[in-house]
Design a protein around this ligand. Structure first.
Ligand SMILES: NC(=O)c1ccc[n+]([C@@H]2O[C@H](COP(=O)([O-])OP(=O)(O)OC[C@H]3O[C@@H](n4cnc5c(N)ncnc54)[C@H](OP(=O)(O)O)[C@@H]3O)[C@@H](O)[C@H]2O)c1
Length: 323
């Protein structure tokens, strides 16, 4: 079978198609025949930094059909439609870009028939991210105002919809060409994330905000603190560094700063179960309350192009890769 792997760290150019032996599921694992996978920025981070587990198959998300189950698996059987995420984690040398993939059952959920394989693969990681940020961390309440940076992106476009479903008023940032699209996702206000007076503009048009999803803290953390209301929450999902210019304002506003990574849900069994979150997300998809936007589709042969497009282009929603 084919696997899209890298034998050393580096840019998308290190990806290659390898012919490898089909794996067999161990205890509490399922073998999935992949029908779709999707690209995520974290795949690039892992590929660039990883020095171990080589050769490693790229990819975190997938959707497909169960082909075989390991010992102890009672909830899945051959032919079941499923989707999963978390396969980028260092816990595995396998990823999701292969014809057949081993998935531990804690990272897996049934995929309802109303949801396509492409949709399942597209939403998995970004859906769990937005869910964990708003439901586990910020605990959004109806009537609150939520600021989401990068509203057209993978996480952003799902985060807008989840915040709207929770009854929040949504402020989102994006390039102006995406304003009408992010309004369709449910944003009530749209701002250009490149403007220097972003905080001032948000405060004058919308007042303060209660919850912020921040994936660019190095640039935005002080603006975010400035626009946040008393007892507000900032959930930081990316970045390696940030400088808070004055912590007095955080103390005076009693701000809660949350730091999170879905990878932690893969490695720490006492944190919420990814499979359970995927099941909730799949119900919202199946009944039409949530939708995932697929910007474009590549195949395994052009996986390198898919990762380059994610880095270089302004995407709406997700890029999917099919075997
Ligand atoms: N902590 C976690 O568990 C977790 C999980 C998933 C993702 N993440 C991280 O979250 C970030 C977003 O992921 P994603 O999948 O949504 O990526 P994505 O699909 O590439 O979307 C990124 C979004 O950010 C926008 N953007 C780019 N530069 C920006 C800036 N300076 N300020 C505000 N927005 C900016 C992009 O806009 P344009 O491209 O249109 O310019 C796009 O809307 C990534 O850093 C990813 O690694 C973390």
């Amino acid at each position: 079978m084919r696997a899209i792997r890298y034998h050393k760290s580096g840019t998308p150019s290190v990806l290659q198609i390898d012919e490898i032996k089909q794996p067999e599921p161990g205890p509490n694992e399922v073998l999935v025949k992949t029908r779709a996978a999707s690209v995520n920025p974290v795949d690039g981070v892992v590929r660039n930094l990883s020095q171990t587990n080589h050769p490693k198959t790229t990819g975190s998300d997938l959707a497909g059909r169960v082909k075989a189950v390991g010992d102890g698996v009672t909830t899945y059987e051959n032919g079941d439609r499923v989707f999963a995420t978390g396969l980028h984690a260092e816990r595995f040398s396998g990823g999701s870009f292969a014809d057949y993939v081993i998935v531990p059952t804690d990272l897996l959920s049934p995929l309802p028939k109303e949801v396509s394989f492409k949709e399942g693969a597209a939403i998995a990681l970004v859906g769990v991210t937005a869910w964990r940020a708003f439901i586990n961390h910020a605990d959004i309440e109806p009537g609150e105002t939520v600021l989401i940076h990068g509203g057209n992106g993978g996480v952003g476009h799902i985060a807008i919809q989840i915040a709207s479903l929770m009854g929040a008023s949504v402020v989102a940032t994006a390039r102006p060409k995406h304003y009408s699209t992010i309004r369709e996702f449910g944003a009530d206000f749209a701002f250009d994330y490149t403007r220097d007076d972003l905080g001032k503009a948000i405060k004058s048009e919308c007042g303060g905000v209660d919850v912020i999803l921040d994936h660019f803290p190095k640039r935005d953390i002080n603006t975010n603190i400035d626009v946040l209301n008393l007892e507000g929450d900032i959930v930081v999902i990316a970045g390696k560094e940030m400088t808070i210019s004055d912590i007095t304002s955080i103390r005076q506003k009693e701000i809660d700063l949350h730091m999170m990574s879905v990878t932690n849900l893969v490695t720490h069994r006492d944190l919420p179960n990814i499979g359970k979150i995927l099941t909730y997300i799949s119900r919202l998809l199946a009944n039409g309350q949530l939708s995932v936007e697929i910007d474009r589709v590549y195949d395994f042969d052009t996986a390198e192009k898919a990762y380059r497009a994610l880095q270089e282009d302004s995407i709406v929603g997700k890029i999917v890769v099919e075997p």
